[in-house]
Ligand binder design. Structure first.
Ligand code: SAH
Ligand code: SF4
Length: 343
């Protein structure tokens, strides 16, 4: 079955013409898609013959909201979405002063196995299509009744392990035929798939890039992030430098502060040394608790000492406010396995 919602106008035009339909039908069909048509019968000005063809050969991807959890601590909302084949992903809607931001998933689960992450612990089932990434945004917009202006790809999955679909998503979602969310309003977070960081740099897109670093030494990083055994820190930093050279964009490094693991003065100094002279920002995230992992947040005092060491070395660093912790919606808390009765 062909996923027509992942196609752009010229691809859909070519597809319909190839199958004997008029060229102008593509724009009409995309118009219905944009109006959230639930099925092909809702496409009123489309002739029956084309509707039948679409029904037999294509499908309309969806991300149906099957559970909504609202935080009592802040305005954060967590959605559980059901995909067309019965798989589930989670997404998180946040309210900031500059508008609505959604954190979407790019895969059902994740293969990367970071030890501090609930997604990593929940295994992997499949990658999402571009249309399924867009559908999460659209379903949340319909639910909250407001336009979503910013997107972060920091939900379930490793975006650069699903590179082609993610790039397709970026191009599609920013286009007029879709949601028109400019790339400047989208951030991708990667655990450090080096060749894809270089490919991404070559595209010179306006989209933001975050790199999950979490440790300044290889031995330490490999302990919590298996991906580091494949792409160690030196290679990762070279790829990040290449990205900055190509795009002239500032990179954000994510660093979860874990008590007794990576939060010492020595780690802070080594991190400062690693990032010296780079166009970057460090986002410190006191590690969020995850079932099955023993990690604890660093104390406030430790967090502050860590920031101070970075700042005095001239590295721009802030501690990220955690949103939605009471509904397991914070960084690293999204997961793939659901108990019977959850939905
Ligand atoms: N796979 C991508 C994006 C999804 S994870 C990546 O790893 O970058 C989004 C962010 O949450 C990443 O920076 C990730 O390292 C971080 N994270 C994962 N588990 C966490 C936890 N328990 N506490 C704090 N941050 C966590
Ligand atoms: Fe995957 Fe990112 Fe979680 Fe690591 S932190 S397991 S890469 S989702």
């Amino acid at each position: 079955m062909t996923d027509i919602k992942s196609m752009n106008l010229s691809e859909l035009t070519a597809y319909l013409v190839e199958n004997g339909f008029e060229k102008f039908r593509a724009k009409q069909v995309l118009g219905w898609v944009k109006q959230d048509a639930a099925d092909f019968d809702a496409m009123k000005n489309i002739p029956q013959k084309l509707r039948d063809f679409l029904k037999d050969n294509t499908y309309l991807a969806c991300a149906e909201i099957v559970r909504i959890q609202r935080s009592k601590l802040d305005d954060t909302v967590k959605y559980l979405f059901r995909l067309y084949d019965g798989e589930y992903v989670e997404g998180v809607l946040m309210r900031y002063h500059h508008g609505r931001t959604i954190c979407i998933s790019s895969q059902v689960g994740c293969k990367m196995g970071c030890t501090f992450c609930a997604t990593g612990k929940s295994g992997f089932s499949r990658s999402l299509t571009a249309s399924e990434m867009i559908a999460q945004i659209r379903s949340a917009e319909i639910d909250c009744g407001e336009r979503i202006s910013n997107v972060v790809m920091m939900g379930m999955g490793e975006p650069f392990d699903n590179y082609d679909n993610v790039i397709r998503f970026l191009r599609l979602v920013s286009s007029e035929d879709s949601l028109c969310i400019g790339m400047r309003h989208i951030t991708i977070s990667t655990c450090g798939i080096v060749p894809r960081i270089r490919d991404f740099a070559d595209l010179r897109l306006q989209c933001g890039l975050s790199v999950s670093l979490h440790a300044p030494h290889d031995e330490q990083r490999s302990r919590t992030m298996p991906v580091n055994r494949r792409y160690p820190i030196t290679e990762l930093m070279n790829a990040v430098r290449y990205y900055i050279d190509k795009t002239n964009r500032r990179v954000t490094f994510e660093y979860a502060l874990i008590d007794g693991e990576n939060d010492s003065d020595e780690s802070a100094a080594a991190l400062a040394q690693l990032l010296k002279g780079l166009l970057c920002h460090v986002n410190l995230i006191p590690v969020n608790s995850v079932t099955g992992a023993e990690y604890r947040k660093s104390s406030i005092k430790r967090q502050q000492a860590f920031v101070n060491i970075l700042s005095s070395a001239g590295i721009n660093a802030t501690v990220r406010r955690s949103l939605g912790a009471d509904i397991d919606a914070a960084c690293g808390q999204l997961k793939r396995n659901y108990m019977k009765g959850d939905v």
